[in-house]
Write a protein that binds this ligand. Structure first.
Ligand code: GDP
Length: 366
């Protein structure tokens, strides 16, 4: 499964946020026996479209799609030079599909800051420096190997990789992440093969004071992180981890009341989940009309047979076609029958690139 790794300096609110995630996840009705690692939190992806489909095409069961966060513990500072724990920290990040970087953006004299002063940008850079240094080391190693092959053997692949490394090295030396460089498709493949840490998509989570939870973007710390994120080709959201943990512990009624009091319409956790989902280029299609109304995750750009494979490999192998209805059409016309009469039900073949919100019915050979 695709997973986003939560990183951050000590005492910034990582565990608090991860607790909120696992508490929210523990309430999932459809996965009561989901056994996962203690450092993995599985959550449902909130999606109002699913309720609307259920309303129009009722089924016994409603099954949202899920998303995983992994809590990455470990020593941060000096990790790129370190053996043991520091190294493990970097190796754990390497396994992740995206990075959720939690930054302290609240003042509280009772909670010690590792460097003694709240400074979100300095905090971010402490971690990012380690990631850049680790990548630089990896690039230097490849460089030594590939340079010879590119120059003497005139090996085509080696020359292509050499050119990529030539672009990477100065960027990393200047402290810039690999994701800040524009690559063409061929280069992109080579970069992927290098398994760099700084080529992963990043979401900064500014952990703001509880008082700012109604609008987490108002504070100066948040603004500093937002400015940094833009330069860093990363995304940002503001959240109060402590408030989210409290919300996750409430029953539905209290939750509703608390949110109304705060002037918010949904938990910040929902924004976190949705943003992380999009960060990974994930999209949702639906199945409906059977026993259950269900949401499924696929990667943007996938064609119909691949998305069928998300449900079952047999569906992909024997794929014939997909009867497809866009969510917006169902929403507008109000029933599957009306959608069909309006000529909006489509028969899509093997080359169809599935769109977010498509309601699919797969026809396949067994
Ligand atoms: P970690 O070391 O990054 O996992 O940090 P923790 O989640 O353990 O948080 C460190 C301390 O900061 C704990 O005492 C939390 O209760 C506190 N904390 C976390 N989020 C907030 C917040 O939004 N506001 C305040 N005031 N304290 C917070």
């Amino acid at each position: 499964a695709l997973t986003a790794g939560i990183v951050g300096l000590p005492n910034v609110g990582k565990s608090t946020l991860f607790n909120a995630i696992t508490k929210a996840g523990a309430e999932m009705a459809n996965y009561p026996f989901a056994t996962i690692e203690p450092n993995v939190g599985m959550v449902e992806v909130p999606d109002a479209r699913l309720d609307r489909i259920q309303e129009l095409v009722p089924a016994d069961k409603l099954v949202p799609t899920t998303f995983e966060f992994t809590d990455i513990a470990g020593i941060v500072k000096g990790a790129s030079q370190g053996e043991g724990l520091g190294n493990k920290f970097l190796e754990n990040i390497r396994q992740m599909n995206a990075i959720v970087h939690v930054v302290r953006a609240f003042d509280d004299d009772d909670i010690t800051h590792v460097s003694g002063v709240v400074d979100p940008i300095a905090d971010i850079e402490t971690i990012n420096t380690e990631l850049v240094l680790a990548d630089l080391e990896a690039v230097d190693k490849r460089y030594a190997k590939v340079e010879k092959m590119a120059k003497s053997a005139k090996d085509k692949d080696a020359i292509a990789e050499y050119e990529v490394l030539e672009k990477l090295k100065p960027a990393l030396e200047a402290g810039q992440p690999a994701r800040s460089i524009e690559w063409n498709e061929e280069e992109q493949k080579i970069v992927q093969g290098l398994f760099l840490l700084t080529s992963k998509p990043v979401l900064y989570v500014a952990n703001v004071a509880e008082d700012d939870m109604a609008d987490p973007t108002v504070g100066d710390y948040y603004k500093q992180v937002a400015e940094y994120a833009e330069k860093d080709h990363a995304e940002i959201i503001g959240i109060s981890a402590r408030a989210e943990e409290e919300i996750a512990e409430m029953d539905d009624e209290d939750k509703q009341e608390f949110m109304e009091l705060q002037g918010i319409t949904e938990p910040g956790l929902n924004r976190l989940i949705r943003t992380a989902y999009h960060l990974l280029d994930l999209r949702t299609f639906f199945t409906a009309g059977g026993k259950e109304t269900r949401a499924w995750t696929f990667k943007a750009g996938m064609k119909a047979p691949e998305t069928a494979g998300v449900i079952h490999s047999d569906f992909e192998r024997g794929f014939i076609r997909a009867e497809t209805v866009a969510f917006d059409d169902l929403d507008q016309f109000g029933s599957m029958k009306a959608v069909k009469e309006a000529g909006k039900r489509r028969s899509e073949g093997k080359e169809y690139v599935v769109q977010d919100g498509d309601i699919m019915e797969f026809l396949f050979n067994v």
